[in-house]
Ligand binder design. Structure first.
Ligand code: ADP
Length: 603
C-alpha cells in the first residue's frame, strides 16, 4: 500500500470499488479456509470409516462423501473463482483509475511549468516519471490493497483456526515467522534504495537516448557515432548493474521466505507428528493444520512483499511528488486571479492595439547571477514595424521572451497598451501575441494543422492557404503529393529548415494577433524569399505591430524603427538613416556588414 499527499484521496474516491474487492476477497478467503476442513473429513473418513462433524459421528459412505465433501468443495471452488474475478476488478480497476488521474495531474502541472524548469530538468527523466514511476504507483495501489487486506483477513482467519486447534503448535510455527518478518523488513529497506537507483539509471538512459535521437544530425556530421555508442554502453551497463543488484536482493528475499516456510513445515511435521503419536491430534487434524499453515504462508509472504512494494512505491511517489509540488514560478498575481474570478473584463479582456513599452528593465535569468538586460527602455507604437538588431548574445531573444511573459519581470517595467503586463492575466498577454521562435518546432501533424495551430480543430482552408502564401511557402506545400494534408514526422523532419521556418511564420501569421514577434525567422531563407516575406509582412500586417529580430541590417533597414541592442543595453532607437547619422556603433556595424557582403560577392 502506498500513502502520500497525492494518493490518499483516491482511497476515499474509489472506496466503493475497494469495498467490492474486499467483500470478494473475504468470500475467497472464507472458501479457502473451508477446504482444510473438507480434507480432514476425507482423511479421517478413509482412515476410520466415520467422521465427526460438530460433535456428531457420521458413517463415511458414498452419500456422506458426495453431500458433505464433494458438493461443498464444488460450491467453494465456484465462490473462489467468482471472488477472484471480482477482487481483481475492485483492486486493479481502481488502481488503473488512480494511474490515469495522477498521470493527468502530472501533465497538467507540466504544462504550467516555466521554460526555466525545462531548461534544468531533462526530458528523459520526465518521460520515466510518466512511464516507470507511474506504473509502480499503480502496482503499489492495486496490489498493495490486495496484499494488505489478504494478509490481514486470510492471515488472521487462518491463525485463529490454527490457534483453536493447538496453541503450542501455533506458537512454535510462528517463531521462524517473526524472524522472517524482521529479515524481510531489513532487506526491504535496502531494496527501496536500490529501486530509486534503478529508476535513476533508467532515466539517465532514456535522457541520453532522447538527446542522441534529437541530435542525430550533429552526431553524424561530426562522425561521433562511436563515441555516442560507448557513452550509451556505459549507461546501459550501469542500468544493468543496478537491475542485477535489485534482482539479487529480491532473490535473497525469496530464498529467505522459502527457508523460513520450509523450516516451519518441519516443525509442524515433527511436533504435530508427536501430537498424533500421543493421541492429541488425529491424522486428519494434522493435515488440516498443515493446510491452514500453507494458507498463512501467502499472507506472510504478502507482508514482506508489501514492505518491498511499499519501498518501491514510496521511491516512485517521492519522484512524482517532486514534480507535482514544483511551484509554478511564472503565474498570475493574486490580484489578477481575483479579478479573473470576479469576471472583471477590464483585466481579462482589455483593449489591446499593440503598443509595447519597456521602462528601465533590468533582468537576470532565474538561477543565474549575471544580469543580461540593463536599464532597457523603448516604446513601440501600435502598428509599427520594428527591427530588433544586435550581436549574438546581446539580449534580443530575452527581450521578446519577456514580452510573452516567459519569465517573471519586475512590476512597472513592461507595458502593453499602457497596462503593466503583471496586471494582466498571462493568457491575455499571450492571446494578443503571435511568436515565431528560433526553434521552429512543428508538431507531428499535417502541415495544415500546424499552420492552424492557434485555432483548435480549424479547417478554414482559405485562411491556411492565405497564411502559407504570405509566408511564401504555398508553392512548396503544393508540390507535396498530399499538399496541406502532408504529415510531418517528429520535429517536422520531412521538410527543409527553410520550409520549416516559413511554416512557422504561416502559423503565426494565421493567428493575426495585435503583436507579431519573429525571432531570427528569415535566417534560413534566401535573399529573394526574405524580401518577399518582408514585403508581405508590411502589407498584411498594416495597423498591427510586428517585431522582427535579425542579425543582418539588410533585413531591417526598411522598417519603421530599429532598436539597436548591444550587451543587454538599448544603444539607440530610430530609422536606419537616422541611426547611421547619429549612432557610431550602428554605423560601424552597417559598414562591417557591407564589407562582408562585398567580400562574399567577390568569392
Ligand atoms: P540574443 O537573442 O541577442 O542572441 P539572448 O537573449 O538569447 O541573446 O541571450 C542574452 C544573454 O542571456 C546571453 O548571455 C545568454 O547566455 C543569456 N541567457 C539566455 N538564456 C538564458 C537562460 N535560460 N539562463 C541563463 N542565461 C541565459
Amino acid at each position: 500500500m502506498i500513502f502520500g499527499k497525492h494518493i490518499n484521496k483516491y482511497y476515499l474516491k474509489y472506496s466503493w470499488m475497494i469495498l467490492l474487492g474486499l467483500i470478494a476477497l473475504v468470500s475467497v478467503d472464507f472458501g479457502q479456509l473451508k477446504i482444510p476442513e473438507l480434507y480432514r473429513m476425507a482423511v479421517n473418513g478413509l482412515n476410520n470409516g466415520a467422521v465427526e462433524v460438530d460433535g456428531v459421528l457420521h458413517t463415511f459412505d458414498m452419500d456422506f462423501l458426495l453431500d458433505e465433501i464433494c458438493l461443498p468443495l464444488c460450491i467453494v471452488i465456484v465462490m473462489i473463482v467468482a471472488g477472484r474475478f471480482l477482487w481483481r476488478i475492485g483492486f486493479f480497476g481502481s488502481a488503473i483509475k488512480v494511474e490515469q488521474e495522477v498521470r493527468f495531474k502530472m501533465f497538467d502541472r507540466c504544462k504550467d511549468l516555466s521554460q526555466q524548469y525545462y531548461a534544468v530538468n531533462k526530458v528523459g527523466n520526465m518521460m520515466s516519471l510518466f512511464t516507470n514511476d507511474i506504473d509502480t504507483i499503480r502496482d503499489c495501489f492495486g496490489n498493495g490493497i490486495l496484499t494488505f487486506a489478504d494478509a490481514l483477513i486470510m492471515g488472521g482467519m487462518a491463525l485463529v483456526k490454527m490457534y483453536r486447534m493447538n496453541v503450542i503448535l501455533t506458537a512454535f510455527s510462528m517463531i521462524p515467522m517473526v524472524f522472517l518478518f524482521i529479515a524481510a523488513s531489513l532487506v526491504g529497506k535496502k531494496m527501496s534504495a536500490k529501486w530509486r537507483e534503478r529508476q535513476e539509471a533508467f532515466s539517465n538512459l532514456s535522457d541520453f537516448s532522447q538527446e542522441s535521437f534529437s541530435g542525430i544530425a550533429v552526431i553524424k556530421a561530426f562522425a561521433k557515432e562511436a563515441k555516442e555508442l560507448m557513452a550509451f554502453r556505459v549507461l546501459n551497463i550501469d542500468n544493468e548493474r543496478v537491475n542485477v543488484e535489485f534482482v539479487r536482493m529480491a532473490t535473497l528475499m525469496n530464498i529467505m521466505i522459502t527457508l523460513f516456510v520450509e523450516s516451519v513445515i518441519c516443525i509442524i511435521l515433527g511436533f504435530g507428528g508427536y501430537l498424533v503419536y500421543v493421541g492429541v491430534f488425529d491424522a486428519g487434524e494434522l493435515v488440516e493444520f498443515i493446510l491452514y499453515f500453507t494458507n498463512i504462508v501467502w499472507p506472510i509472504m504478502a507482508i514482506s512483499m508489501l514492505i518491498e512494494q511499499h519501498a518501491r512505491g514510496s521511491a516512485s511517489l517521492n519522484r512524482i511528488s517532486e514534480l507535482l509540488d514544483t511551484g509554478i514560478d511564472v503565474k498570475d498575481s493574486e490580484a489578477v486571479r481575483a479579478a479573473v474570478e470576479a469576471g472583471d473584463t477590464s483585466v481579462i479582456d482589455p483593449e489591446i492595439k499593440g503598443t509595447v513599452e519597456f521602462k528601465h528593465l533590468n533582468f537576470t535569468y532565474p538561477g543565474s547571477e549575471l544580469e543580461v538586460l540593463h536599464d532597457v527602455s523603448f516604446r513601440i507604437e501600435a502598428g509599427e514595424n520594428v527591427g530588433l538588431i544586435g550581436k549574438t548574445g546581446s539580449g534580443k531573444t530575452t527581450i521578446v521572451d519577456l514580452i510573452a511573459r516567459t519569465y517573471n519581470v519586475p512590476d512597472g517595467t513592461i507595458f502593453m497598451d499602457g497596462h503593466d503586463v503583471n496586471d494582466l492575466p498571462i493568457h491575455t498577454v499571450r492571446k494578443h501575441l503571435a511568436y515565431v521562435p528560433q526553434d521552429n518546432f512543428l508538431f507531428s501533424q499535417t502541415i495544415g494543422e500546424n499552420i492552424a495551430f492557434a485555432f483548435e480543430g480549424s479547417d478554414d482552408k482559405a485562411a491556411i492557404e492565405e497564411a502559407a502564401r504570405y509566408a511564401d511557402v504555398y508553392d512548396n506545400i503544393s508540390e507535396f503529393p498530399e499538399k496541406f494534408e502532408t504529415m510531418l514526422g517528429e520535429r517536422g523532419v520531412t521538410v527543409s529548415g527553410g520550409q520549416k521556418q516559413r511554416i512557422s511564420i504561416a502559423r503565426a501569421l494565421m493567428k493575426n494577433s495585435e503583436v507579431l514577434i519573429l525571432d531570427d525567422s528569415v535566417s534560413a531563407v534566401d535573399t529573394k524569399t526574405e524580401k518577399t516575406i518582408l514585403e508581405n509582412l508590411r502589407t498584411t500586417r498594416k495597423g498591427r505591430t510586428t517585431i522582427l529580430i535579425a542579425h543582418r541590417i539588410t533585413t531591417v533597414r526598411h522598417m519603421d524603427k530599429i532598436i539597436f541592442i548591444d550587451d543587454g543595453r538599448v544603444v539607440d532607437v530610430g530609422g536606419h538613416e537616422e541611426l547611421i547619422a547619429r549612432c557610431p556603433a550602428y554605423a560601424e556595424m552597417v559598414e562591417l556588414q557591407r564589407l562582408e557582403d562585398e567580400r562574399k560577392e567577390r568569392e
